[in-house]
Design a protein around this ligand. Structure first.
Ligand code: OFO
Length: 168
């Protein structure tokens, strides 16, 4: 049985995963309407993965005797002008998610809930991969700079450097 404190922490994380899915969906729309089909596909897929991260939490909370709280999702607050903005925002978002996951892990340890701590290790590993991927993409974009041909190839090839874990 989950303690109330753990249930609350997991429900907060559930909301963050749902918001992440929304965040990447908004980025997919930007990319698709700006003529970057490769980036759009990458973002749609990333959005789907975040939804799976949310569902994993929903099921865990319910299975452990808690109740998943499905709340409102705020409109993503992102302002995108170019591809660099998109991936800078993705990286910053992932860093903030890592921080919130570390917070849940901390609550698990202080409540001596080692089962949930164990469950959360999947998220810890996932965040490491996602941050590494975002950094790799930002490095590539830095190399490309304003080169239009480079950007075309980047859009074409982005699906080849997706999260190695396959996620979810
Ligand atoms: Fe849910 O993995 Fe990133 O945010």
């Amino acid at each position: 049985m989950l303690s109330k404190e753990i249930e609350k922490a997991l429900n907060e994380q559930l909301k963050i995963e749902a918001e992440s899915s929304h965040h990447y969906l908004a980025m997919a729309v930007w990319a698709e309407t700006e003529g970057y089909p490769g980036i759009a596909e990458f973002m749609y897929q990333h959005s789907d993965e975040e939804r799976l991260h949310m569902l994993k939490l929903v099921k865990y909370i319910n299975e452990r005797g808690g109740k998943a709280d499905i709340s409102d999702i705020a409109k993503p607050k992102i302002k995108l002008n170019n591809i660099q903005d998109v991936f800078k925002s993705l990286y910053e978002h992932e860093v903030s998610v890592t921080n919130s996951i570390n917070e849940v892990v901390h609550v698990c340890l202080s409540n001596k809930d080692y089962s949930t701590h164990n469950f959360m290790q999947w998220y810890v590993a996932e965040q490491l991969e996602e941050e590494a991927l975002a950094r790799e993409i930002l490095d590539r974009l830095q190399l490309i700079g304003n080169d239009k041909g480079g950007m075309y190839l980047f859009d074409r090839d982005i699906k080849t450097f997706h999260n190695k874990s396959g996620s979810a």
